[in-house]
Design a protein around this ligand. Structure first.
Ligand code: ADP
Ligand code: ASP
Ligand code: MG
Length: 815
């Protein structure tokens, strides 16, 4: 019966409890077939060893001592027989002296690095073998250096020699299950070699090949190979089937779950690989077989490689030395392990190379040497290096047979405004890669993943303000979310909520039933934008389709908007202040938004949910010319004018408006007309007028002297005399068939002007018939010269405004 090789990664060997589960799976598998085990270092050990090497090289003895102690502590958690404890003590002694040597030399001599790293796997094999033996499963730790041989600077495995040594070794195992160290090998001629990060995966498939096994199981901490890196895409889904080629492509382009060379031995002998989750052993996992999934509809996975640089090379004339690509390949082959090339011109005149950032110097040196002649003659431009880039790759077996994969990929990136620096499709047509700036990578990966995988979309909202609008919106989202999910495939999550002092966040979405209690317990920080800090924005930017929803009336959030856009966050605002800041600031905001290719939706700043801004934008976009906008823009003043026209006294009408919550706490602010002036300015600026708030000629409804009275009650008390005058005027005008309205008028001709104030209108005027707090905006344009285009309806109130804000959010999320 053939062997099954079980490989356990560091992620499955994080604690004694993990190791006990490992023992359980090995025991179970051993009842069905002969078993061999391959282990990586206990979780995190390899990283610690690399840090120790660094510390020793820097001469930081303290860090070395601390690091060694921490490693020793990692193993004291396990109950180990004395003999095993003694073996670990010897390994630690060796490690200590190796590091001491590095510290004295101030450098890491050849071969020492790999010997230091080997400590991790050597310890793990002792720990696991002993745990198996103690629980009655006879096992034996095996140092892979006793069979696996590699050669040359690239560490190529010598298969025949290795397998021959394996056969000899195997004879001595008897009934014991071998627990073989992954990752390490012996160098031809002596010394330790390692197979590269995640090399244990490769060790496992090599061992399987050597033992003639027909199956390898890689046990890790995720449900198999996922459709994207789960650290970037939290709803990445496991892939059931992959072909060797697809898996190879995935591993090559960054899916850390598999080492690149893992598939080589599988392919040669038709061995299947099953990737399983130690935390969820019943999950189906991923099967890697010769056939793969053959799913033509779905791309397999999107992967990324960070920490790369892009080097552009450009020939000025045809090179005498032959095509660029081929020579470049030859020059770089010895210096980089992993090279990605893209050609930009038909004749190979321009090339881009992507290599790991740590190879920059070596690569530039190789290029300068290989093209010394061309550089000297000025035929080749100096290589241009772009640092901080990442390679994003979409992999799909069936892609070559499906149309428009590239189109979907690039339109997904384009909709984010992500700049693609270079593009390439693999020769196998199984993958397509592009280079993007590192900062845009997380968003890019998520967007591409969404475009190819998700039946539904998701938006993540950070809501600022819990006043009438904010709280109404939270209630609406709470009620509407299930419908949106079911009918529009959109998952709307309020991931954060902030008031002036506190912020509460949860990337899975806050429970909205009791948001005010959540906010009470929120974090309290004081910064320029209240509690919303840069790090809150950084966090938000990492979520799906992030949107900042400003339901405040704060004038201090311009910087926050900019910071949001620069991180790829959309902004939806019911807040008028940012739009009425000085022109210089608003210009800067608009430029920042445009540069980031994000949205800024603010329909609710004029007339609540009425389609005022969008109507105006549509008129302008379709080439109409607006000559005049006139509107009753303030719900409070509209209500007052209507009540006064109906015969009510001024103080009584103001009192009633206050009672109904139609006014600010100080009604003077409404009667001053500033709110209407702000809205009018927003409309005027939308038209392109370069006006400031101080350019708006505002005539308050009541004389300035009255507005200066402090308290609301004193104010009401003082309204009598002016009220009587106004009454008389209203009655007089009524006799002429005119009614009092408080209107904003934007006039483009002959001069641009913006006037806000009380007006007596005739019956033919669209505002004549307005009732209660309704709003109205009338657009006189070239297309609508005599009878203006009118938008009219309830234009104030928490509920309608909130619904308008929600509509703006949906406009972005369902785009
Ligand atoms: P192990 O220690 O078991 O070898 P690794 O940390 O090397 O585990 O690899 C598993 C990790 O790889 C996962 O925890 C996950 O964070 C990461 N990963 C990145 N891309 C993918 C992907 N496409 N599918 C699955 N895991 C991925
Ligand atoms: N321990 C090594 C690493 O961390 C090898 C492996 O885990 O496969 O890269
Ligand atoms: Mg690994």
């Amino acid at each position: 019966m053939s062997h099954v090789v079980l490989k356990f990664g560091g992620s499955s060997l994080g604690s004694p409890a993990h190791v006990q589960r490992v023992v359980g799976h090995v025991r179970e598998q051993a009842t069905q077939s002969p078993v061999a085990v391959v282990v990586s270092a206990l979780g995190g050990t390899t990283d610690s060893l690399l840090a120790l090497l660094d510390a020793a090289q820097r001469g930081d003895s303290e860090a070395v001592t601390d690091g060694l102690e921490a490693l020793a502590r990692d193993t004291t958690q396990y109950e180990l027989p004395a003999a095993v404890g003694a073996r670990l003590e010897i390994l630690r002694g060796e490690l200590r002296s190796l590091l001491e040597g590095v510290r004295l030399l101030g450098e890491v001599p050849d071969g020492v690095r790999d010997r230091v790293l080997a400590y991790g796997e050597l310890v793990a094999s002792q720990v696991v073998a002993s745990a198996l033996s103690v629980s009655g499963v006879p096992a034996q730790a095996v140092d892979a250096r006793t069979w696996l041989l590699v050669e040359g600077p690239r560490g190529l495995v010598e298969l025949d020699a290795s397998f021959e040594r394996l056969r000899t070794l195997q004879a001595g195992w008897g009934d014991c299950i071998p627990v073989v160290t992954g990752f390490i090998a012996q160098r031809r001629g002596g010394g330790t070699a390692t197979l590269g990060r995640n090399g244990s995966d490769y060790s496992a498939t090599l061992l399987a090949q050597g033992l003639g096994a027909d199956q390898v199981q890689i046990w890790t901490d995720v449900d198999g190979v996922l459709s994207a890196d789960p650290k970037l895409v939290d709803d990445a889904r496991p892939l059931e089937q992959l072909s060797y080629d697809e898996a190879l492509e995935l591993a090559t382009f960054g899916a850390r779950v598999l080492h690149r060379r893992t598939m080589l031995p599988l392919r040669q002998d038709g061995i299947s690989l099953w990737i399983r989750n130690l935390d969820a052993p019943d999950a189906p996992g991923t099967w890697i077989t010769p056939l793969g999934s053959n799913d033509e509809r779905n791309a397999t996975s999107v992967t990324s490689l960070e920490g790369q640089i892009l080097i552009d090379l450009q020939l000025q004339t045809v090179s005498r030395g032959g095509p660029l690509a081929e020579r470049l390949h030859r020059a770089l082959d010895p210096v980089v392990d992993q090279l990605w090339l893209a050609t930009h011109s038909a004749h190979g005149q321009a090339m881009s190379v992507v290599v790991p950032a740590q190879n920059q110097q070596a690569v530039l040196k190789a290029i300068t040497e290989a093209f010394a002649g061309e550089l000297a003659r000025g035929e080749l431009k100096e290589p241009k290096v772009h640092g901080g880039v990442a390679l994003l790759t979409l992999v799909a077996e069936a892609m070559g047979r499906t149309p428009n994969v590239a189109g979907r990929l690039f339109s997904a990136l384009g909709s984010l405004g992500i700049n693609v620096l270079a593009i390439g499709q693999s020769a196998s047509a199984r993958s397509i890669s592009c280079v993007v700036r590192q900062e845009s990578l997380p968003q890019a990966v998520r967007r591409v993943h969404d475009a190819f995988h998700l039946a539904h979309r998701r938006a993540s909202l950070l809501v600022l303000g819990k006043g009438t609008v904010g709280s109404a919106m939270l209630t609406q989202i709470h009620e509407q979310a299930p419908v949106l999910e079911k009918e529009h495939g959109l998952e709307l999550r309020v991931v954060g909520l902030a008031d002036r002092r506190r912020v509460v966040t949860d990337s899975r979405g806050l429970a909205l039933e009791d948001w005010s209690a959540l906010l009470e317990g929120g974090e309290q920080t004081e910064g320029p934008w209240g509690p919303v800090t840069e790090s809150v924005l950084d966090w938000l930017a990492g979520l799906h389709e992030p949107v900042l929803v400003d339901c405040t009336a704060s004038g201090a959030l311009a910087g926050l908007y900019e910071a949001a856009w620069s991180r790829g966050i959309h902004v939806v605002g019911a807040n008028k202040k940012p739009l009425t800041l000085p022109l210089g600031t608003v210009d800067r905001l608009r430029a920042a938004r445009a540069e980031a290719h994000r949205s800024w939706s603010y329909e609710t700043t004029v007339g609540a949910a009425l389609p005022v801004i969008s109507t105006l934008q549509d008129l302008l976009r379709t080439g109409d010319r607006v000559t005049r906008i006139q509107g009753s823009l303030s719900g409070t003043l509209g209500f007052l004018c209507d009540a006064l026209s109906g015969g009510m006294a001024l103080d009584e009408a103001v009192g009633l408006a206050m009672e109904r919550g139609f006014t600010e706490p100080r009604p003077q602010e409404d009667l001053a007309g500033t709110d209407a002036a702000r809205k009018a300015l927003i409309l005027a600026r939308e038209l392109g007028l370069r006006l400031e708030l101080c350019d708006v000629q505002v005539e308050p409804l009541v004389p300035q002297a009255l507005l200066e009275i402090e308290g609301p009650q004193e104010f009401l008390g003082a309204l009598g005399e002016f009220g009587a005058e106004l009454r008389a005027r209203i009655e007089l005008e009524a006799k002429q068939g005119r009614r009092l309205r408080y209107l904003a008028t934007v006039e483009l001709e002959p001069q641009p002007s913006l006037v806000v104030g009380p007006v007596f209108v005739e019956e033919s005027h669209p505002a004549f018939a307005l009732r209660g707090a309704a709003s109205l905006v009338a657009f006189t344009t070239r297309r609508y010269p005599r009878q203006p285009l009118v938008v009219q309806g309830p234009g104030a109130g928490g509920d309608v405004t909130a619904a308008g804000v929600l509509a703006d959010v949906l406009g972005i999320a369902l785009r």
